[in-house]
Design a protein around this ligand. Sequence first.
Ligand SMILES: [Zn+2]
Ligand SMILES: [Zn+2]
Length: 280
Amino acid sequence: MKITLLGTGSPIPDANRAGPCTLVQASDQNVMVDCGRGALMRLVAAGVMPPMVQTVLITHLHSDHISDLNDLITSKWVMTPVNIPLVVYGPPGTRKMIDALLQMLELDQQYRHAHHDDLRANGPLTVTVNEVKPGDRFALGEVSVSVHETDHRPVQPSIGFRVEHDGKVAALAGDTIPCAGLDELCRDADVYVQTVIREDMVKFVADMVPTGARFRDILDYHSTVEQAGQTAARNNVKNLVLTHYVPPLQAGQEDDWRSRAAQHYSGPIVIGPDLTAVEV
Ligand SMILES: [Zn+2]
Ligand SMILES: [Zn+2]
């Protein structure tokens, strides 16, 4: 099983980091977890073309986690010779969001149908949507996935995905504070991917910018780097992978970030640029 951080950025635009997105490859499956800004460019850099992605798992419906989804839907559609719809799993609300995306793409679909006879013969652009809740379990080929509750309130519901294949487990948490569902999600996992923020830096920046109060609010509903280390240690995780760095992580700061998680967790801690990968 290979886990690649396609995008390690956050809502704050960054010249060097795409928005939140992680690629999980196991068996013959290419699964994207969230699909933030620039995810498709990184996907191709990881050697995966859009038609090769069968499934997208959505942790929650914050815009930074879904902003490249319309590009994935369109690119897969126009690049696939036969009509194989993208399959999306996400929390309740996902269907409404996808329906709105398809509405947005309606004119584009008309133009392409008018131009390409073979595409028109494939029928309308469709996406297969599965709204899931904590406790659900489903199979992607030989890969098994379970759904777990996370706590990103007031964003509700938010979920994480535990992906299992051939005795290996990857726990993909989105934005969440530590909670019982998160513990269940990552317990004994080979890889635990957690989106994180730096509490000290967020407070520092919040005091200096005009939107400081809004920025400080993000402390309410994200794991800090230290909390990610605590969650990993408490649940006997074998590898901790940090992503979605807020504020944007600058080159050379990796050891400072890593040391904060290492105060609580003695296993390997992965922090890096987009396309950093872990294989288990
Ligand atoms: Zn979020
Ligand atoms: Zn986020």
